[in-house]
Design a binder for this molecule. Sequence first.
Ligand SMILES: C[S@@+](CC[C@H](N)C(=O)[O-])C[C@H]1O[C@@H](n2cnc3c(N)ncnc32)[C@H](O)[C@@H]1O
Length: 238
Amino acid sequence: MATYRPDSHTLLKADSIVEYVQETTVYPREHECLREIRNITQKHPLSFMGSSPEQIQFFSLLLKMIGARNAVEVGVFTGYSLLATALALPDDGRVVAIDVSRDYYELGRPAIEKAGVAHKVDFRQGDGLAVLDQLLAEAGDGGGKLFDFAYADANKEQYHGYHERLLRLVRVGGVVAYDNTLWGGSVAMPRDTPGSSAYDRVVRDYMLGFNAMVAADDRVEACLLPAADGVTLCRRIK
Ligand SMILES: C[S@@+](CC[C@H](N)C(=O)[O-])C[C@H]1O[C@@H](n2cnc3c(N)ncnc32)[C@H](O)[C@@H]1O
């Protein structure tokens, strides 16, 4: 039976494999300011919240592949994924960054400024659903033309709500990404797997429903990548 590893950042068989990937392919060309945020994050008591560097490297590539100019991120924390996004966008690009906490964002903000991309960042403090509603209201009827890419990584139990809003905010052909959709692999394990907390079980159950909904959603072409903690990509097709 698979082992539940709630603190691990990888579903791979061993941490040494992800370390190999990071050491060979991610860290050598990681922007120095991203490294700065990663170091700040590693010292934070909630460091487990930081997105996996190899996943964010992939997003960076993806943003360039789809020619993204405008992005939105729900769940900023110390800003690792936010800075990677800002770096991947053209100079006149924009990323709306949403988080309930400004304090976490402030930890990484000096590095974002040092990287010379702060002018692309529009930080909005607030609840993810409320700020997405605000963006929809700002967009008016042209809402669907706003964003090329969205990354949802905030309150896991709001993913259905993010999905409905992001599919109106992201253009047809744009991509919405969700983090943690395999929740430590627990979605494929018995509910009472040793090592899982009550919260893990709640999120596991939620993700089972969310993943099933996405798989059946004909508005998107979806892919659940078994990388990091599970990354779902949805390309909006209608
Ligand atoms: C997993 S972390 C985000 C990690 C980040 N993407 C990175 O690359 O490091 C989740 C963040 O979501 C924020 N958050 C939690 N609930 C939220 C909500 N309802 N609305 C907006 N942000 C929320 C937390 O404050 C936290 O900073």
